[in-house]
Design a protein around this ligand. Structure first.
Ligand code: FMN
Length: 254
């Protein structure tokens, strides 16, 4: 596509999305409260399944709590080193109380677990995009699901609440826009038109492996390319404890 065409279809939002990169290194400068409020309140406009709003957001600034969260996430230092940590919670607790107010039990199901998880993810993505539009850096932290009960205990969650993922946020050491962007899978592998493509994806996966290896090579990171590490990682189910832990915390899977 020509540069003119790209410009024609570029807005402030697509520009922000087009320069997204996860940030794990921050400078020691606080995020103003008013800026954080603007980000969180814009994100609260996110779509939500049937307007049920089955999510909550928790902001953690306490260094001691963040130290413990970093440990629970597998020693992810950026949780301690960022300016603030935000957790995105699937929250069926509030819905249960609303139901109780009308003398009704809340029937939980796989669907309510998914609805709450998707709602939390959508608001989390909006927070990341809004933050990046201010020049802030952030990274999502799925490592919060390593020890979901411990995270819930540490932050005082009610039953029916779990952290889907967290986010480290602050002013980036390397300005967004200057930071090299991690390549994505080729467009034709992920965007289908009308029918799911039955073309052999292998040549494009190999091309992407080469792309990603070059990206890591430029940054002197000796990380292998895409398909190999993914295959290795997914030989066994990841976080096999998760279903049982979330059931104990009040989520259903049937
Ligand atoms: C739900 C979710 C969980 C993630 N969890 C982690 C994490 O625990 N630690 C981390 O360093 N990055 C985490 N990431 C960031 C991804 O590794 C990153 O988005 C991906 O490698 C693509 O790189 P980019 O965002 O810089 O383009 C997570 C991303 C998502 C969407």
């Amino acid at each position: 596509m020509s540069r003119e065409k790209i410009d024609l279809y570029e807005t402030a939002v697509t520009e922000t999305l087009n320069q997204h990169a996860s940030v794990r290194a921050f400078i020691d400068k606080p995020v103003p409260d008013e800026m954080l409020n603007a980000i969180l309140n814009a994100a609260r406009r996110s779509p939500t399944s049937s307007n049920m709003q089955t999510y909550s957001i928790i902001v953690v600034r306490s260094p001691e709590t963040r130290r413990k969260l970093a440990e629970l996430a597998g020693n992810q230092d950026h949780i301690e080193q960022c300016d603030l940590f935000i957790g995105f919670l699937a929250d069926l607790n509030r819905l249960g109380i609303a139901s109780e107010m009308h003398g009704q039990p809340l029937a939980k199901s796989l669907e309510s677990t998914l609805v709450a998880t998707v709602d939390a993810a959508l608001v989390g993505m909006s927070v990341q995009t809004a933050a990046e539009s201010f020049g802030l850096g952030a990274v999502m932290i799925g490592g919060m699901r390593n020890h979901p009960q411990e995270v819930a205990d540490l932050l005082g969650f009610s039953p029916g609440v779990y952290m889907v993922f967290g986010m480290s946020m602050g002013w980036p050491q390397e300005e967004l826009g200057a930071k090299p962007l991690k390549p994505r899978l080729p467009e034709s592998l992920v965007i289908h038109h009308e029918q799911y493509s039955q073309d052999d994806p292998r040549p494009l996966i190999e091309a992407y492996d080469a792309d990603l290896a070059a990206f890591y090579g430029q940054r002197n990171q000796h990380t292998a390319a895409w398909s190999g590490p993914i295959a290795k990682r997914l030989q066994k189910p990841s976080r096999p404890h998760l279903r049982r832990a979330l059931e104990v915390m009040g989520f259903h899977f049937d």
